[in-house]
Every structure is written in C-alpha cells, then in structure tokens.
Design a protein around this ligand. Structure first.
Ligand SMILES: NC(=O)c1ccc[n+]([C@@H]2O[C@H](COP(=O)([O-])OP(=O)(O)OC[C@H]3O[C@@H](n4cnc5c(N)ncnc54)[C@H](O)[C@@H]3O)[C@@H](O)[C@H]2O)c1
Length: 448
C-alpha cells in the first residue's frame, strides 16, 4: 500500500505545516501546541472577530490557561486567517476542530463538520496526498458519512487524492496536567500508513502516548464513550442524592463509607453538568444507536437525570424558602458561581442558567456572583454582584459552582448582611459544621 499511496510528505521529510480549522477552546491551544512543537501553523476560523483577536495576540476563548501564551503579532510560523484555502494550499495536514453541538430537539448538529469539510475539499487538487483529520467529538461513522460524499462531489478519491482520519481531542480546559501537550491520543484511519504518519506527527505535539487504533469508527467511539461514561457516573451519584435524603441518610456519609472499599469510584453530586461535552456528547451516541435500531436506554436515562438536576435543586430551594416562611415572590436569592465547573470561565450549558430560569419563573429575585466571569454573560433578569463583601439583603445563598473564591468567602461577614441566613451547598464543598457554628441554617444537596 505504501508504494501506491501518496502522502503529503515521505517519512524522510519532516511534515512542517499543519492547518487547524476552528480556533476555539480546542483549536487555539492545539494550534499553539503545534507552533511550540516546531511546526509552521496555519490557523483558520470563520469568525473575523476570533481571527482579529488572535492576530492582536489576545485570547478570544474563555480558557484563562492560554491567556499568556497567545503568540505575539508577527510571530514566525504563526499564520491566522479566515480563509481556509490559504491553509489548504500551505499545509499537508489539516485538523478540524469545529463545534459539534446538538439541535434544540437534542439531535447531533453536524453542520460545522460538513461546512468545514466543504471548505477544505473544494480547495484540494487531485493527487494532493493531504491528510484531513477530524478532531471534533462525534458518533462513530460521522467522519466518513460527512466527508466521503464531499470528497466525491469535488471529483476526488479518498486514499488517492486525499486521506481522512480521526483523532479526538481529549484535553481538559483549565487543567494544566491534562493539557494539549500532555494528553494521550488515539488515531483512526482507513489507511494504516496514514495512521502511522499521524502517530509520528501527534507524538511531536504531546508527551502522552499516541496510538493508531485502526478504523476511524473505533477512535470516534472511544472519544464519545469517555463522556458517556462520565455522564452515567455523575448521573448515578445525582440520582442517589435525590433518593438518600428521603431515607433520612446523608449521601456524603454514604460516599465516605463506600470509598473505604478499594474499587469504589467516588463522584460528588451537584446542581448539574455543563460545558460543551458531557451534556452534549451522549446525544451523539444515543442518535447512532437509534439509527441501528438499538435503544441506548442507560445512556438516555443518565442524560435525563443530569438534565433535570437543576430542576430538582429548584424544587428543593422552593421548599427551603417555604419552610422558612420566605414567600418565593418576595425572596432574594444569591447564586455563588455561574460557570459550569470550578475555576473555569466557561459558562456554556451551565446548569446555573437552568436553575436561574426556574427561579425567575417563580418570581424570585436572583443575584449572582462569579469572579471568573465578565458581567455581560448573564441573562437580563439576573442582578450581577461585583463586590461580594458589600452584598446584602439575601434570604438564601446557593453555592452553584465550587470555585475556591466562592468556597473561601468571608462567611461570618456575609452572615451579618443576610435578611435570612439560609444556605444551600449545591456541590458539597462547604464546611457545613463551621457554617452552623456561625449561625447559618444549612442545607446541602443529598443531605436530609
Ligand atoms: N471544549 C472542550 O473542553 C472540548 C474538549 C475536547 C473536545 N471538544 C470537542 O472539540 C470540538 C470543538 O469544541 P470547542 O469547544 O473548541 O468549540 P468552540 O465553539 O470553542 O470553537 C469552535 C470554533 O470553530 C469555528 N468554526 C466553526 N465553523 C468553522 C468553519 N467551517 N471553519 C473554520 N472555523 C469554524 C468557530 O467560529 C469557533 O471559533 C467539539 O466537537 C467539542 O465537542 C471540546
């Protein structure tokens, strides 16, 4: 096969130029990683705003980890553009890191994967040997189903004129230890030689292991099930956090007791899951299973539990207000944290928004303090608190995101400024005993 297959560069020559299509949370750090690894980088984004910001040497994403490493204007081998053609013409390898959201009816939305493919394949000429790699999270089959028809449309032949492959991004934004230059990678390709070529390229990007795993669908499935597994594990602990209080048992006591066994996996209950991956990716797997007539019952049930956690917490909060004689329509509730997980600036799919929406529909006055976010990210019905030390007049404080800044606020001080000193720990991260001593009336997720 190697004699027949033309790849962009032979093994003797170093592949020097990599194009990254889509410069968001995943694509931008990937582009910077390849630049650091000595590659000539062509980064493309359809958004003129994104390109303009990066070309100023600034960070258009919400990931503060990369604030200080955006290349300065004029950096050698750093080319950022809105024109996919420039990247295709200059690069042997093109990596596609575009969004893969779901539609409002929770079906995979592949329009970005298809439009990025269209922009690339229409610029590729016959016998180019270029390799186009999808990195976005998808269900098994998407790369071939989305791109082979486009390759054909532009008169090209896969394996002859162009090669396709899949290498999922697995890094964790905001998590230095699992960054783009450290995380292990898996590569799927129709062609072993292409797979091995990509192993050698990605091995320059990351110090983690890089494996060619065979079929594209294997690599696609490996990525999506990582997030499915996480969703299921979190759903289990969230479901238990609903059941145990009704049995007059504190879930934290149960989890601590269970954790003494060697093979128990610890998860903490919470207001819900958020971000671009866990609340989204399982729907890709559900859809694919549906297509082949096999119901993904466990995956769907886990989704239902996690999706409804904000509403569960809302009903508990309403009960707390009621039992403490605070009418919902004359209550002031302070949410601590808005981003979807601790210490990140990412608020996409945050469960805080679903919780706030439900509270707002009950005419609760909602204020939010999140020191990681700018004031313009909130819905208009939310009152944004700038200075937590001056905040006052609340009936209930709800810890929504476990930012250390939220955990470490001056609880004694805030206590003196409450109208009613009620607190609900939605992440089980607060020192309940200490709060009780100050005089707070404490409630927590999974606690009777
Ligand atoms: N964010 C994460 O933590 C994470 C981690 C691993 C994998 N992923 C997956 O990576 C993919 C990208 O996610 P993200 O968080 O970086 O998305 P993002 O929304 O932050 O960035 C995507 C970028 O692609 C651009 N874009 C859209 N269509 C384009 C096109 N045709 N050509 C060029 N640019 C285009 C958008 O303007 C945007 O800037 C998704 O499939 C996601 O599931 C995300």
């Amino acid at each position: 096969m190697s004699g027949e297959t033309k790849l962009g560069l032979s093994n003797k020559n170093e592949i020097a130029s990599v194009g990254i299509i889509g410069l968001g949370y995943v694509g931008l750090p990937t582009a910077i990683g390849f630049l650091d690894a000595g590659f000539n980088v062509w980064g493309v984004d359809v958004s003129e705003r994104v390109v303009e910001i990066i070309n100023r040497g600034e960070n258009p994403t919400g990931d503060p980890e990369i604030n200080d490493i955006i290349p300065k204007p004029g950096t050698k081998n750093w080319n950022i553009t809105t024109d996919t053609r420039e990247a295709v013409e200059n690069c042997e390898i093109l990596l596609v890191t575009v969004p893969t959201p779901v539609t409002p009816d929770l079906k995979p939305d592949l329009k970005y994967v298809i439009s990025a493919g269209e922009n690339i394949f229409k610029c590729i000429s016959s016998n180019s040997g270029k390799i186009v790699v999808l990195e976005s999270t998808v269900y098994p089959g998407v790369t071939a189903q989305s791109w082979l028809p486009l390759i054909e449309k532009y008169g090209l032949k896969e394996g002859v004129d162009v090669h396709i492959a899949y290498c999922p991004e697995r890094f964790n934004p905001g998590d230095e230890a699992n960054g783009v230059r450290k995380v292990a990678r898996v590569i799927g390709s129709l062609n072993k030689e292409v797979g091995e070529k990509l192993v050698s390229i990605y091995s320059k990007l990351t110090v983690g292991r890089v494996d060619y795993v065979g079929k594209i669908e294997v690599a696609e499935a490996a990525k999506v099930i990582e997030n499915v597994q996480r969703d299921i594990n979190i759903a289990l602990v969230n479901e238990l956090a609903r059941i145990f209080p009704a049995l007059n048992i504190d879930i934290e006591d149960v989890l601590n007791a269970a954790a003494t066994k060697w093979n128990f996996h610890g998860y903490t209950p919470g207001v819900g899951v958020g971000g671009h991956c866990i609340p989204v990716d399982p729907y890709y797997m559900i859809q694919r299973a549906e297509q082949v007539g096999i119901p993904a019952e466990l995956i769907s049930a886990a989704r239902a539990v996690n999706r409804t956690m904000p509403l569960h917490v809302f009903s508990v909060l309403k009960e707390i207000l009621y039992t403490n004689e605070v009418p919902a329509n004359n209550s002031n509730v302070l949410l601590l944290g808005w981003s979807y997980k601790a210490e990140v600036r990412d608020h996409r799919e945050t469960p805080a928004e679903h919780l706030a929406l439900a509270l707002n529909e009950s005419n609760v006055n909602i204020s939010v303090w999140d020191p990681h976010l700018e004031n313009d990210v909130y819905p208009e019905y939310v009152n944004v608190i700038d200075d937590i030390n001056a905040a006052e007049g609340f009936d209930l404080v709800v810890l929504v995101t476990g930012h250390s800044a939220c955990i470490d606020i001056d609880w004694g001080n805030l206590f003196t400024r409450m109208r009613k000193p009620l607190i609900y720990d939605g992440r089980r991260v607060l020192d309940i005993k200490k709060l009780d001593e100050i005089g707070w009336k404490t409630y927590a997720i999974g606690k009777p």
